[in-house]
Write a protein that binds this ligand. Structure first.
Ligand SMILES: [Mg+2]
Length: 297
């Protein structure tokens, strides 16, 4: 079963009666209320052999990536991290130094983003290394940006350059775009936002599906990273952990002219009515290729 299908099934089952004003499964973070306050929650795991190769990168990188992926989801909502918990399933072959290195990877990036590790659990098992992290975050004065607010006529923008992250290890060292997201949310009317974990082609579909809209993307406007072998990798590789967002066109023009962030912003296309996601290349229009990382279960 694909991850998307499973999420749809879970939503169809009512998710165990989630209060109306909460945001349940299907966005980058859930939003719940605690008294007067809104708290954002996200959870993500790193599995050796799926999201990381510990024999190549070492256990510390696995710890870092497990928390960094969650912080990228917090960025996608323009929220501020609060704290994290982690569970680790350690292979029997791992020693004390490996376990400690995983903790150090978690602590390092946690300290960098003001997101201390406040608890967790460790098991030893026969399977691969699994590091699962949950992050709590808060709006901290900025309205959380959902996936579902894109409107026909909006411009579509991305931060950074896309593709080839796995080849050079950028998927292990990326900067969660929390500062960029919050700066954008404070200076623009962000209608919708998502982080690019599964690849532009797939994540753009998620953004469009959440709002019931389509999109037209100009191939030559896509910022292809020098690590990528070409456009197909920029569309499909995933693990970029950049931001994809929709906002009024005049604001997108201002952003791309001023470049106010420490990461480059590119306008790659527009949100349109309907449900088609279209790529416009030199040889015409076609449906966006079905590229991208689809998690299977
Ligand atoms: Mg995400």
């Amino acid at each position: 079963m694909r991850e998307r299908d499973l999420i749809e099934w879970i939503r169809s089952q009512g998710c165990g009666a989630i209060p109306d004003r909460w945001v349940g499964p299907g966005d980058d973070c859930a939003i719940v209320t605690v008294g007067e306050h809104r708290v954002l929650i996200t959870t993500d795991q790193v599995v050796d052999g799926v999201h990381v190769r510990v024999d190549r990168s070492g256990p510390r990188a696995a710890g870092r990536k497990a928390l960094a992926r969650n912080l990228s989801d917090v960025a996608a909502m323009a929220a501020q991290p609060l704290c994290a918990t982690a569970t680790v399933s350690l292979p029997k072959t791992f020693g004390d130094a490996d376990a400690q290195a995983i903790c150090e990877g978690l602590w390092d990036i946690g300290a960098q983003f003001n997101c201390p590790l406040v608890g967790g659990d460790v098991a030893v098992a026969d399977g691969p290394l699994v590091v699962s992290v949950t992050v709590l975050a808060r709006p901290d004065g900025i309205e959380p940006v959902l996936r579902s607010g894109a409107q026909p006529g909006d411009a579509l923008c991305v931060t950074g350059e896309l593709g080839g992250a796995w080849k050079t290890g950028r998927d292990l060292t990326f900067t969660p775009r929390i500062a960029a997201a919050r700066a954008l949310a404070q200076s623009c009317d962000l209608h919708a936002m998502i982080d690019l974990s599964d690849g532009l082609a797939t994540d753009l579909r998620h953004l469009c599906a959440a709002a019931g809209v389509g999109a037209e993307v100009t191939a030559e406007a896509i910022p292809v990273h020098t690590d990528a072998g070409g456009l197909a990798e920029a569309l499909g590789d995933g693990e970029d952990y950049e931001l994809l967002f929709a906002l009024p066109g005049d604001q997108a023009d201002r952003l791309t002219a001023d470049q106010p962030l420490d990461v480059h912003i590119s306008r790659i296309g527009d949100i349109v009515a309907g449900d088609e996601v279209v790529l416009i290349g030199p040889d015409g229009r076609r449906v966006m290729p079905q590229a991208g990382w689809e998690h299977t279960t």
